[in-house]
Design a protein around this ligand. Structure first.
Ligand code: URA
Length: 433
């Protein structure tokens, strides 16, 4: 077999067989096929796409290019959840303990943030003492004992994706639905859970800018799951404005704790309940959405979800002193209000601009090597559709920087205020199963 034959076939819009895809993936992982040929094939895939069978084969081959996690020693249903990433998305911190307090097991491998999106691992590490590096045995035991563990990726999971993603990044071949879907799903499938819930976000602060693209990506990933016999469902959610009020690591942990005590922002709670209720249906803990939501509300109200969060943090070395009293968390030295210069209804709080400003304040990384300032970020006071008067505080900027005028202007510019009323857009658009 020759790589140039595969490239030609795809260039002409023809289907690649499983054997051909296997030749490409295995040869590339073993360094037998060169980057220049792979980038040419990737570009052909970007233009010609792939059919369902090709996408499922590609995903399966990528998944098996390295280790596949074996969770069979964990009793009960093992669930997993993945978000395509956004601004202020701290859902795993709440959803994890919430579903695990209902009896399902979450053995989750998470990632770090890059650019304007935050990562669950960074948020967890902002809790003093918290470790995200557990050995495989400790990880499995913790999930068996308390029902939840969240760690960084261990072992040699999906090496094909590591190489392909790095190449796609520099060859302008990231934005292809078959390539994104196989990249995400190969990693999720290699993580070994029984069920997968995907939160596919769309909007200015998301990877997918439109609902149409997000729907296509979600449908493709759900189909991959079906073909490979894994219960996979997806939820399409808005990321035009940040999720909840807090953006930045410690700030988001505090908001997650408030939400676990049923005192969190309405939109964030809505997403946590919706996503968690789908997980309970997947795990067959509840028969209907209404039954699932009732159980989840109970867990928030009776303190069991928060108790589970504390068990999880304690098991991974986190200092509960900060969880019991969030005022003990370190804060940034400057907390600067962003003031409304005009009166009206908020039509937009552009997530990408808020995310970028938060990153510049120190809350995120511009490059993989950057160090995060856990205290930095932004706390919104208002959300889209709120009415504000001139002089009202729109948000607070948290920073240790001494000069911050540029970020202050950027945050202000993210708010679009108009005289006309603004009807709230829905947060959750569709569930795909
Ligand atoms: N996230 C991934 O893991 N892979 C992609 O291709 C895009 C986003």
């Amino acid at each position: 077999m020759l790589m140039q034959d595969l490239i030609r076939k795809k260039k002409e819009g023809k289907e690649l067989t499983r054997d051909e895809l296997s030749y490409f993936i295995n040869g590339y992982v073993k360094d037998e096929i060169k980057d220049y040929q792979v980038s040419s094939l990737l570009m052909a895939i970007c233009f010609q796409g792939m059919n369902k069978e090709e996408i499922a084969n590609l995903t399966d081959l990528m998944m098996h290019s390295g280790d596949v996690v074996d969770l069979s020693s964990i009793e009960g249903v093992k669930v997993d959840k993945h978000s395509t990433g956004g601004v202020g998305d701290k859902t795993s911190l709440v959803l994890g303990p919430l579903v695990s307090s209902c009896g399902v097991k979450l053995a989750k491998m998470s990632g770090r943030g890059l650019g304007f999106t935050g990562g669950t691992l960074d948020k967890l590490e902002s809790i003093p003492g918290m470790s995200i590096n557990l050995s495989k045995d400790v990880f499995l035991k913790q999930v068996n004992d308390i029902g939840i563990a969240i760690i960084g990726q261990t072992g040699n999971l999906v090496p094909a994706d590591k190489k392909l993603y790095a190449l796609r990044d520099v060859t302008e071949t990231v934005d292809s639905i078959p390539l994104i879907a196989s990249s995400i799903m190969s990693k999720k499938l290699a993580s070994g859970s029984d069920t997968i819930l995907l939160d596919v976000k769309f909007g200015s602060g998301a990877f997918m800018k439109t609902l149409k693209d997000a729907k296509e990506l979600a449908t493709t990933m759900v189909e991959i799951g079906k073909t490979l016999n894994k219960d996979t469902r997806a939820i399409l959610t808005d990321m035009n404005q940040p999720l909840g009020l807090a953006i930045g690591n410690i700030l988001e942990v505090k908001e997650a704790i408030a939400t676990l005590k049923n005192q969190g922002p309405e939109d964030f709670k809505e997403l946590c309940l919706e996503a968690s209720s789908i997980i309970l249906l997947q795990a067959k803990v509840a028969k209907t959405k209404a039954e699932a939501k009732k159980l989840l509300e109970e867990k928030l109200n009776n303190g069991e979800a928060f108790k589970k969060f504390k068990e999880f943090i304690k098991s991974q070395g986190g200092d509960l002193k900060y969880i019991d009293d969030v005022s003990k968390f370190e804060t940034a030295k400057n907390i600067v209000p962003i003031i409304a210069k005009e009166e009206g209804y908020i039509h937009q709080i552009k997530a990408i601009e808020i995310g970028n400003a938060a990153m510049k304040l120190g809350a995120g990384r511009k490059t993989k090597e950057d160090k995060i300032d856990f205290t930095a970020g932004i706390v919104l006071v208002h959300k889209v559709s709120d009415y504000v008067k001139k002089g009202d505080v729109l948000a607070y900027m948290h920073t240790n920087h001494d000069s911050y005028e540029e970020e202050k202007e950027e945050i202000y510019a993210a708010f679009e205020i108009k005289k006309e009323k603004k009807i709230k857009d829905p947060l959750i658009y569709e569930i795909i199963s």
